[in-house]
Design a protein around this ligand. Structure first.
Ligand SMILES: [Zn+2]
Length: 383
């Protein structure tokens, strides 16, 4: 039984089920239970608490449906951008989610003719490997403009819809506890700890998922810096929405481990606009904030109320790099490569930031850390 307001109760009864047994929820007046409020009760047991919102793939995202209107609207948008001839040539690939790499490349090059080849190839590989289609707005190439370097970079970004499509064959999941939603302070301090949790400078969201068949649960955290430029604000996207999406994507990747492509940001397809319009948009290079170093959030649980363990930071390492090596290198390189320059280098090359240089270093992925270590070593060798 959950105590709720009438409005919220009506909404949850319609969209959610019991998170413990999947049973239907009924809204009732709680008088006979000693509550001066409405209550939501599971049809199977009054003792059950918790709500779960089951995920369903929308018909428009299912390649088995050939939605004439969807294709018609999309073609119209595309024709305005790339002309009738090119749009016609792409018609054969509509509603296909088993594109070959070359087919995906053809589509991407037609829609984003200005994109450099490495971004095209990366996008094509993701489409081919994960069954995505840019014509269905599962993936887009976006041009980011860095004000600091005054240079443009192109990157594939995946729509959250694309992330769900990738995860869908792995199981049936539900969103617990009305998530994704803003993370409460108490959750932030518990999960991230005082050092990592920084609500003054960041937005945080949490997404909790449960695979109803296996009972497995996982949660993900999304972070958006308050100074971060995010995609689609001109079309109504908000930092909170972006933050929610990142938390959902991380939760999906944890519920079905390694199901999602690595090092690709995610966005809301509703703010992507028409596929061909994306390349006209420029953004300041965003800081991609993920909390990959946080361990212990995947809870293999039959016990949903179990508290999430606070991660123990490995103090001998900054992410993937030995802390003593970094400390030593930074002090020896002081004059040759000042810390402010290193920080700038990391921010521009790997899009990592932090309140301290070592925080940024800790956010490097395994490969980036290896590359950065080599760089430090080669500069030390010159001393
Ligand atoms: Zn129940």
């Amino acid at each position: 039984m959950i105590v709720v307001s009438k409005e919220i109760g009506e909404q949850w009864a319609e969209t959610n089920v019991c998170s413990e047994c999947g049973g239907r929820l009924t809204l009732a007046w709680g008088g006979s239970y000693g509550e001066k409020s409405h209550v939501l009760i599971c049809a199977n047991s009054k003792a059950h608490k918790g709500i779960a919102r089951p995920f369903h793939l929308a018909p428009a995202d299912n390649p088995a449906f050939n939605l004439y209107d969807v294709n018609k609207d999309r073609r119209k948008e595309l024709t305005e951008k790339i002309g009738e001839e090119k749009t016609k040539a792409l018609e054969q690939y509509e509603q296909k989610t088993n594109l070959g790499e070359i087919q995906a490349r053809t589509i991407i090059q037609s829609i984003w003719p200005d994109a450099p080849i490495h971004a095209v190839l990366r996008g094509a590989l993701i489409c081919h490997q994960y069954g995505l289609n840019p014509l269905m707005k599962h993936l887009a190439l976006v041009k980011f403009h860095s004000r600091t370097t005054n240079r443009d970079t192109w990157e594939p970004i995946i729509a959250i819809k694309g992330s769900r499509i990738i995860a869908a064959p792995q199981g049936c999941w539900s969103y617990l506890d009305d998530s994704p939603r803003a993370m409460m302070e108490i959750e932030g301090l518990k999960i991230l700890g005082e050092d990592e949790y920084d609500p003054t400078n960041n937005y945080y969201s949490i997404c909790k998922l449960k695979d109803m068949a296996t009972g497995r649960e996982a949660s993900g955290i999304g972070v958006v810096g308050k100074d971060e430029s995010i995609y689609g604000t001109d079309k109504g996207n908000t930092p909170r929405n972006q933050c929610n999406i990142r938390s959902e994507r991380q939760a999906l990747d944890r519920l079905y481990p390694d199901s999602q492509p690595k090092d690709v940001d995610v966005t809301d397809e509703n703010y992507l606009g028409e596929p061909a319009g994306v390349c006209a948009k420029t953004l300041d290079t965003p800081d991609k904030k993920t909390i990959d170093t946080v361990q212990g959030e995947v809870v293999n649980t039959p016990e949903p109320s179990e508290p999430v363990p606070t991660p123990q930071a490995d103090t001998s390492k900054y992410g993937h790099i030995d802390a003593s090596f970094v400390d030593d290198a930074l002090s020896r390189l002081k004059r040759g490569w000042p810390q402010t320059e290193i920080y700038k280098h990391l921010k521009e090359k790997y899009l990592v930031t932090g309140s301290k240089l070592t925080d940024a270093i800790a956010k490097l992925t395994n490969n980036q850390a290896a590359e950065f270590t080599k760089e430090l070593q080669s500069r030390l060798d010159l001393l």
